[in-house]
Every structure is written in C-alpha cells, then in structure tokens.
Design a protein around this ligand. Sequence first.
Ligand code: MG
Ligand code: MG
Length: 259
Amino acid sequence: MAIKRKTRQELDKMRAAGRVVHKVLKHCREACKPGVTTREIDESAYEVFTAEGAQGLFKNYPSYKPGEGFPANLCISVNEVVVHGIADDYKIQDGDIVGFDCGVKLNGWCGDSATTVMVGNVAPEVRKLCETTEAILMAAIENIKPGRKWSQVARIMQNIAEREGYGVVRDFVGHGIGQTMHEDPKVPNFVSRDLLMNDIELREGIVLAIEPMCNLGTEKVRTLADGWTVKTIDNKPAAHYEHTVAVTADGAEVLTDGN
Ligand code: MG
Ligand code: MG
C-alpha cells in the first residue's frame, strides 16, 4: 500500500479544490427545498463548479459495466439511499433527508465532501441520526494525531454510532485522496481484523476523505439494478457526511471547510 504524503504547497492546492466543493454544497443546502427536483439541483451544481474552473469527478466515473459511467454531476441520496444516488425527477418533500456528495478537481488536485440536508419537519429520530453522523465525522477529525493508528480513530467512530444502535455501513468506506479522487489507503468507519492487520499509521501530509455512513436500522445495504444507487435493505433512512482532511504536525486540517 503506497500512501502518498503531500507537501504544504500541495495541501494549499487541495484546499483550493476543497473551497469549490464547499461552495457547491452550500448551494445545494440553499436549493434543497420541497418541490425542487434532485435533477434541478444537480444541474445547477454543475454550473457552480464549472464557473470556478473545476471539473466534476463523478460524471462518467467508470462502472465495472463498460459504457455505464456514473450519469450525474453529484451523488444525491434521499432518505433510505445511503450513497451514490442519481438525480432524477423526484421532487424533494418536507421531512426528507437529502445527502449531497460532491467531488471536483481544480488545477490537478481533488476535493471530496458530503453533507446530509434535513428538509423541514424531519422526524426526531432521523434528525438525531443526521446530527450524530455529523458528530462522528467531527470526532474523527478531532482524534487525528500523527503517530496514532487509524483503527484508534475508527473505533471511536464506530462506538458513537453503535451506542445509538445505528448500523455502520461495512460495504463502503472513505479513501486517500490527492491528484486522483481515490488513492490508498481505504479508510473504514469501523474496526475489522483486516484493518488491524493492515493499519494506517497517521503521518503528517497524509490526506484522507473521511466519510461516516450510518443507518437508522440495519448496516446491510444493496445496490439497485442501475448499478449505482445504494439503499438500506430495510428501507430505513441513512446519513452520510464527509470531509477531505490532512494530517498535520499536531492534528488535522479540514481542506473542505470553505476556508
Ligand atoms: Mg464524496
Ligand atoms: Mg469520498
């Protein structure tokens, strides 16, 4: 496993890409209102990152099926869709939770971030799912220190989720990121024997896209016949938050916070 470490100059370029991603997600949050279709938000998001000179990383992302790359600009995942939802004519409704995931490349460097927007009167247990999943992302960031192992951070993330009885998705994980969106290592939100045997030592300059996914019910998910959309098998809602995060000399620096 070859983990590339980034220089300060490279981190600054990634932060510039991250700033565009942040702007796109801010746009999505403002546009995400009852009656608006997910396709309308997907198309307006394209205009936002294109105006910044960035390229979207998701459109045409290759599938194992030849000629069937990802068909939209963002991943927009409503309610029981965990990740990789495809924008369509669905009109957002009061009470929905809508995950927006955006990745762009700017001047050769990538940024990747996701948020889940709560629309209007969201059921209290679903609101708590979203708030807790975001808190898990923040706890991960706060617990990153050079010299620690990723499994120590993943254990904290998993514990917070499981304390609430949430399913921690096993089939999808975070990832290293740099000049391409998906680099080594894989960054799970849970501890496994595989992680403990191939643990990641956190070192200055490593950049990770950390992306907890929590389900209100079972951790089990399935991919629909479109080859992309990932849903919970019990159709209970799921929340997803993500930041691109650099390990620094004394902690972590979030590259997709808009600063
Ligand atoms: Mg993402
Ligand atoms: Mg990602």
